[in-house]
Design a protein around this ligand. Structure first.
Ligand code: FES
Ligand code: FES
Length: 156
């Protein structure tokens, strides 16, 4: 029996190999298909989720290693900054095919949680591991800046 703490809920899954990547458990056993399978090798960022708030590749994380750690997926982003981020993604019409975008938003959410006013260099550094075959990088950067401004304004 493995207990997974996902988006504020506990899920108990029976009979799964502890070495199963979290990505498989999310998509195939919990129906959380917002997290995407891209390369399956930790190289593209499409499967990015948060483990205890840290952006993590779900394709490389065995469920048996989670222990008490909590997981947030794209379906569970809930803070004010997260909402601003998702609104900014719509405002800037960031997605093209959309495949990489859940992972992009999860990485951006971690960035804004740690650095609410990132400059271009900080954005590029944080986002460098998330690949986009459609080349939406400029819109991603613009959306992160918009979200940062809106979140900072809301706190005043
Ligand atoms: S699918 Fe996990 S990094 Fe590409
Ligand atoms: S929007 Fe198509 S891969 Fe990023």
């Amino acid at each position: 029996m493995v207990t997974l703490r996902i988006n504020g809920r506990e899920h108990q899954l029976d009979g799964l190999d502890p070495e199963m990547p979290l990505l498989w458990a999310l998509r195939d056993h919990l129906g959380l298909t917002g997290t995407r399978f891209g390369c399956g090798k930790g190289q593209c960022g499409a499967c990015t989720i948060h483990v205890d708030g840290k952006a993590t590749r779900a394709c490389m994380y065995p469920i048996g290693s989670l222990g008490e750690r909590t997981v947030t997926t794209i379906e569970g982003l809930a803070s004010q900054a997260d909402q601003a981020l998702q609104d900014a993604w719509v405002e800037h019409q960031v997605p093209q095919c959309g495949y990489c975008q859940a992972g992009q938003i999860m990485t951006a959410a971690e960035l804004l949680a740690n650095n609410p006013t990132p400059d271009d260099e900080a954005i590029d550094t944080a986002m460098s591991g998330n690949l986009c075959r459609c080349g939406t990088y400029q819109r991603i950067r613009a959306a992160i800046k918009t979200a940062a401004i809106k979140t900072a304004g809301a706190k005043r």
